[in-house]
Design a protein around this ligand. Structure first.
Ligand SMILES: NC(=O)c1ccc[n+]([C@@H]2O[C@H](COP(=O)([O-])OP(=O)(O)OC[C@H]3O[C@@H](n4cnc5c(N)ncnc54)[C@H](OP(=O)(O)O)[C@@H]3O)[C@@H](O)[C@H]2O)c1
Length: 319
């Protein structure tokens, strides 16, 4: 049985609790919150509560921690957990600086601990099914991606739409685009509520294989969209996570032949947690390991630079 401590019991941490309690092969034994108490009556049976994360890190019975706190705390908490001999699953965005992300990747190697980033869409069964179609050349040569991630809120005061939303689009598109990394990025954005913190951001990523990705992000739009469209020279795919039919494959000139491929209906967060458990047991590197997290942060950092300067930014991948 794997003993897990959860660091962070906010909006997303509470969703983790529901998922973890349903998994038989792990034991959730600690929950941490910084300020807010959890009354004993609301605490799941056998779970201890603390406002001091050192209690969790010092507990030798805890094998692994899940970190679901604000991104500005991820670097410090992940480093402390790895040094305390814990395997770590940390939420996205991994860190705010690529140097920090790289340091954590190196630290995990040195301490021989599992480090996984919560890039949940790579554990979404519809994305996994779509990846298979692309690998089997069903869509033909890829032309471009169009990704749209919009909703009303949440509007963060310490994180723009780029850092809160784009980690998902970037991880999905790099994964579907055969693991290619973008060579250059353009960005444009606007802020209407908190000056200097863009609630709307548009990105264009240029890949070495000539594929482009057009990404639209907004925390101010009434329509909730979690959509990625892949346009190939044979077929197109539409992934919309909010739809009943999450994945549709169609032929551009024969729309009536569109079909909805079947896939495992497991919840992406459960699938992500199961992958973490599997990596803890087998010691294999997670699909979304520290290096994957570093690449994601490096792209976000370049996008922020493009946003700040209004200029296209080239990304060097020689390290
Ligand atoms: N994968 C996804 O789809 C997804 C979805 C949502 C969020 N997330 C990610 O999950 C993480 C948490 O987001 P959230 O929406 O759950 O945030 P949240 O509701 O604000 O919760 C933050 C949690 O961290 C604690 N905390 C606050 N400041 C802290 C500090 N300085 N040091 C240590 N702990 C601190 C809070 O404790 P108190 O409540 O006691 O202050 C709370 O437990 C973020 O990285 C976010 O990007 C991922």
């Amino acid at each position: 049985m794997i003993n897990i401590g959860l660091i962070g019991h906010g909006y997303w941490g509470k969703i983790y609790v529901k998922t973890l309690l349903n998994l038989k092969s792990l034991n959730l034994c600690w929950i941490y919150n910084k300020h807010t108490d959890i009354p004993a009556s609301e605490l799941p049976q056998g779970v201890k509560f603390t406002k001091n994360y050192d209690d969790i890190l010092a507990d030798k019975n805890v094998h692994a921690v899940i970190i679901a706190t604000p991104p500005s705390t991820h670097y410090k908490l992940t480093a402390l957990a790895l040094k305390a001999n814990k395997d770590v699953l940390v939420e996205k965005p991994f860190t705010y600086h690529s140097e920090e992300a790289k340091n954590l990747f190196v630290l995990a190697k040195k301490t021989q601990k599992i480090l996984m980033i919560g890039h949940i869409f790579l554990y979404n069964p519809a994305i996994i099914a779509l990846k298979k179609y692309i690998i089997h050349h069903e869509l033909g040569t890829l032309h471009y991606f169009y990704s749209r991630r919009t909703s009303i809120g949440p509007v963060y005061t310490d994180m723009n739409a780029l850092w809160s939303l784009a980690p998902h689009d970037i991880s999905i598109i790099n994964y579907l685009n055969h693991g290619e990394m973008p060579a250059a990025i353009h960005a444009n954005g606007a802020s209407y509520i908190n000056p200097g913190i863009e609630e709307v951001v548009d990105l264009v990523l240029e890949y070495p294989n000539q594929v482009k990705a057009f990404i639209h992000l907004s925390c101010l739009e009434p329509k909730r969209a979690r959509e990625t469209i892949v346009v190939g020279d044979k077929k197109n795919a539409i992934f919309e996570d909010t739809a009943t039919d999450k994945l549709i494959i169609s032929e551009p000139h024969h729309p009536q032949q569109a079909f909805i491929p079947p896939f495992n209906p497991i919840s992406p967060l459960e699938n992500q947690c199961l992958h973490f458990l599997e990596c803890i047991k087998t010691r294999q590197a997670p699909l979304t390991d520290g290096w994957h997290g570093y690449q994601n942060v490096k792209i976000l950092e370049s996008a922020q630079q493009a946003l700040d300067t209004g200029k296209k930014v080239s990304i060097a991948w020689n390290n």
